[in-house]
Design a protein around this ligand. Structure first.
Ligand SMILES: NC(=O)c1ccc[n+]([C@@H]2O[C@H](COP(=O)([O-])OP(=O)(O)OC[C@H]3O[C@@H](n4cnc5c(N)ncnc54)[C@H](O)[C@@H]3O)[C@@H](O)[C@H]2O)c1
Length: 327
């Protein structure tokens, strides 16, 4: 006997995804955008009640190679709760969406309005909160961390991403600018981590991921203050890993290379970006989405034996002297 309803759902789902892929092909949608679109459709279809049908369809998609790079949802963070600082834009936003895609509820701490990021977190079926928090203000940080832990019922993941990176020649760097850079990039992660650890230590579980910089590993002119903070946070990562590892909490860092976030594109001279791009081993500057996967991985149980690691995620910027072979 033919199961009419079963047949309907099979074709509905198969062709919804196929049509999405086809539209992306026809309109030549870039890979990153395609990943977001396919993720969205994937989530919608996955949440339907006919899981076996979906599974069959998904393996067909994989055979045709249009799911492979575009969708990487493993659901590895299902039921986890995360805070991402500086998630209104740039790398923090991409990281927040990556955590949500993997199943985490995500709160954003930012001095800017993060409603847009939170809207996208919610559209992937997770809980999201945008809190106006200046990470340099202890009172705001502690109250907000406590509120998130209470609203989400737990706190598993903290991503210390908020940061500023002004450039000025060393001899002309004002005391005020030094203080501000140290406050946002170093004191901020200290305060957020202290507040978050209170909730993690009691449960003997936690994942802290610090966003350092390739500049923690290489010298870079006219940003000595920034470099000091990013080298500092890499060192703090190892110190805290040693102190809190015995309590079931891992602490790791990533060191992004130069990444074309809005702030970088607006404030860095385009000639400088082009010069640096030429000497990147992977022949391109980073995009914010390059960091979503590694952060989600470090936050997951798959990374439970990794702590104190400072991982270069920089297209080879800090580790390679790139020379393109002669054409
Ligand atoms: N973009 C790069 O090339 C690059 C390279 C290496 C490392 N990083 C690091 O990655 C992180 C994010 O960089 P990005 O390029 O996405 O920056 P961005 O300017 O796009 O985003 C930074 C976010 O942090 C927020 N923020 C700033 N001060 C804050 C404060 N006091 N309290 C709360 N939020 C605050 C901003 O409002 C903004 O939303 C930074 O720590 C940066 O140092 C960036």
């Amino acid at each position: 006997m033919i199961d009419v309803e079963y047949g309907f759902y099979t074709y509905y789902r198969r062709y919804t995804l196929y049509l999405t892929w086809l539209l992306c092909e026809i309109t030549n949608v870039k890979l990153l955008r395609r990943r977001l679109i396919l993720n969205f459709v994937y989530d919608k279809l996955k949440n339907s009640s006919r899981q076996p049908v979906w599974t069959v369809m998904w393996s067909r998609c994989e055979e045709q190679n249009f799911g492979k790079e575009a969708v990487s949802s493993m659901g590895s963070l299902d039921g986890k709760a995360a805070i991402v600082t500086g998630g209104a834009t740039g790398i923090g936003r991409a990281v927040a969406l990556g955590l949500a895609r993997e199943g985490a509820d995500v709160a954003i701490f930012d001095i800017r309005d993060a409603a847009d990021t939170v809207k996208e977190v919610k559209s992937s079926g997770r809980r999201g909160e945008a809190l106006k928090v200046d990470v340099t203000k202890k009172g705001e940080v502690v109250a907000s961390v406590d509120r998130v832990a209470s609203d989400f019922g737990r706190l598993d993941i903290l991503v210390n991403n908020a940061g500023i990176y002004p450039a000025s020649p060393f001899l002309e760097t004002s005391e005020e600018e030094m203080d501000t850079v140290f406050a946002v990039n170093l004191k901020g992660p200290f305060l957020c981590t202290q507040a978050a650890l209170k909730h993690m230590v009691s449960r003997q579980y936690g994942r802290i991921i610090n966003v350092s910089s390739a500049q923690a590993l290489i010298g870079f002119a006219i940003q000595a203050h920034y470099t000091a903070t990013k080298g500092g946070i890499a060192a703090v990562t190892r110190a805290l890993a040693a102190e809190f590892g015995p309590l079931g909490i891992t602490v790791n860092a990533i060191t992004p290379g130069l990444t074309t976030t809005e702030t970088v594109v607006n404030y860095f001279p385009s000639e400088l970006l082009a010069t640096i791009e030429k000497r990147m081993a992977l022949n391109r500057l980073g995009v914010a989405e390059d960091y979503a996967g590694i952060v989600a991985f470090l936050a997951s149980d798959a990374a439970s034996y990794i702590t104190g690691a400072v991982i270069p995620v920089d297209g080879g910027m800090a580790t390679c002297f790139a020379m393109a072979p002669e054409a």
